[in-house]
Design a protein around this ligand. Sequence first.
Ligand code: SF4
Length: 363
Amino acid sequence: MAVKSPRAEALTAWFRQNARDLPWRGTPDPYRVWVSEIMLQQTRVEAVRDKYRAFMAKFPTLRALADADEPAVLAAWSGLGYYRRARMLHAAARVVASRHDGVFPRDVAALEELPGIGRYTAGAIASIAFNQPAPIVDGNIERVFARWHGIDEDIRSPAARRRVWELARQWVEDGARDGLAPRDLNQSLMELGALVCTPRGPRCGECPVQTLCRAARDGRAEELPRRAPRAPRRDLRLWFVGLVDSNGKVLLVRRRLARSDSPLPCGLWELPHLPWPADQPPPLAAMRKLLGLRFDLHPDLFTTRHSIMDMDIALTLQTGTLVGSARFAPGWSRRCTARQAMSVAQSSATTKLLRHVFASRRE
Ligand code: SF4
C-alpha cells in the first residue's frame, strides 16, 4: 500500500476542518462549479456570494441558462462587471445543451473547447466536479507555490508560470496516487492562499506546511511572489449626459459595437457619453449630433472615478432635460423610470451615474 504524502495529507485535513461555508461548495454539480468559477474571476468572494445565489435562483440549470435570452443573462450579471464573462457563459451553456445533450464534458481538453473556459476553469471543473487529477493555478495557488518553493523570478514570466503549473500538476497527480481526493487537493491550496498565505501578513505560525516552506524558513514570505512593475496606467476622461424627459424618465442607449474611444462594454444599457479631452469644454455639439434630440443641460457637473483594466477613468455627468418626444435609434435607446433604469443590464459605472441622476432630481 502506498505511503501517503504527509504534506498533502496535512493540508487536505486542514482544508476539511477550515473550509469556508460558501454557497457553491458541497456540490459536485459541474454547472454550479462552473458558474461560481467564472464569477470568481477578478471578483472578490464577498461580492460573488449574493450574486451567485440570485443567478442560480434565476437560472437553476444549464438548460435554463441556455434557453434564456442574452439581455436576461446580462441583467442577472449586473454589478459583477467584465460582461464578456456572462456572454461566454451563455454561449458555452448553449454549446453544452446543443452539442453535448446538456451534459458537461468530463475531460480538460473537451472543457477547454467551450467558450470562455481556459486552462484554469477546465481544471477546476474537472477536479472539483468530477474529482479528476487535473491541475489548477489561480492567484492564490501561484502565491502559495511561489513562497513554498521559493520562486524568485517575476511570477508573471513564462518560465515562472510553467514552473507553477508543473508544481500544481505534480501536487494533484501525486496526491491522487496516494489516494487523496483531487477536489480536496486543489481546493486546499486555494483555501490556504485565501485564508492563511494571504498577500499581506501571511500567518505562517498557523500554516500546515510551514516546516516545508522556503519563504517561511528564510523569513521572506512577504517578499514573494515577485512581480516586475507593470506599464503605467492610462488616464481617460468621459463626459456623460443624464437626460430626463417631462415624465421623469431617463434616456438610456445601447451600443451594438465596441467604440475605440470608450472602454465601457457594448451591448449594455448606458448613459450617452463621449470622450472629453482635457482643457476643452464638454463636446456638446458632438453630443447633439450623436443623439439628434433636443435637450437643455443644467450647469452642474458631477465627477466620479472608475478603473477598468489599465485605465483610470474620470466620468463626468451633466444632467439635463429632454425636449419633445422624438426617439433615438429605436431598439437601441429607451426611456426608463428610476426602477426600470436600475434593473436593466448595465455596468457598475452606469449604476454610479444613474444613482446621481435620480438623486439630483430629488434635491
Ligand atoms: Fe505561506 Fe507562510 Fe504557509 Fe509558507 S508557511 S505557505 S509563506 S503561510
